[in-house]
Design a protein around this ligand. Structure first.
Ligand code: TYD
Length: 213
């Protein structure tokens, strides 16, 4: 099963994923975690270009091609092989980040983005996508406090408002795939909600697999 976590800045995905993975492993699931951009040696090199504060001149079209390049590598090298081995793949950001940030945030052409995403991912879509949702100001102030400020965070607040709104639109378009969790709650509560959502989906998926055998 392929599970992705999405959300605006400071939603806490990155600290929640390892805890969620440990919980699932303790229950006996074979879990692989990865993150975007990055997740492979080549992807991590691309990530450095994307987040460097020195690369202020990066054009949105260049930016998106770099995200897609890192993703194509991740899909082929990591995600597809893990799914083929029956693993649960937990990915911190995936194609929906591109639609939310480059599409809704920067206003790039959504149909064009969708076809480029199809190409980059070879059509691989998540079975479940969890949106860790929280108000933009709360997320940005969390990140500033944690001193994790990078080039992509430094865009104006309005950009992040569009990103969040984009996520809401995407989740509304495909309610069967998306589950939304209020990430402004305390971290432990968010983790509990995450566990409940993922377990339910894994159980449903197992039931479907059993009934088709
Ligand atoms: P990162 O430090 O991983 O942020 P976070 O912890 O919030 O995931 O940086 C990734 C940044 O890249 C983040 O601002 C979102 C952005 N991004 C895009 O704009 N498009 C994409 O396709 C992806 C995967 C990420």
């Amino acid at each position: 099963m392929f599970i992705t976590l999405e959300g605006p800045e400071g939603s806490g995905k990155t600290s929640q994923v390892p805890q969620l993975a440990k919980y699932l492993r303790d229950l006996g699931w074979d879990v692989l975690t990865t993150r975007e951009p990055g997740g492979t040696d080549i992807g991590d090199q691309i990530r450095q270009v994307l987040v460097s504060m020195e690369n202020k001149a990066l054009h949105p079209r260049t930016e998106i091609l770099l995200f897609l390049a890192a993703r194509a590598q991740l899909v082929e090298q990591v995600i597809k092989p893990a799914l083929a081995e029956g693993k649960v793949v937990l990915c911190d950001r995936y194609a929906d980040s591109t639609l939310a940030y480059q599409g809704y945030g920067h206003g790039l052409d959504l149909p064009a983005l969708r076809s480029m995403l199809q190409f980059a991912t070879d059509g691989l879509k998540p079975d479940l996508t969890i949106l860790l949702d929280l108000p933009v100001e709360v997320g940005l102030s969390r990140k500033k406090k944690e001193d994790e400020w990078n080039r992509l965070d430094a865009y104006e607040v309005k950009f992040h408002e569009r990103v969040r709104e984009g996520y809401h639109i995407l989740a509304g378009e495909e309610p069967a795939r998306w589950k939304t969790i209020d990430a402004s709650q305390p971290r432990e509560v968010v983790q509990e909600n995450l566990r409940a959502v993922v377990l339910l989906s894994l159980q449903n998926q197992s039931l479907i697999a059993d009934s088709s055998n």
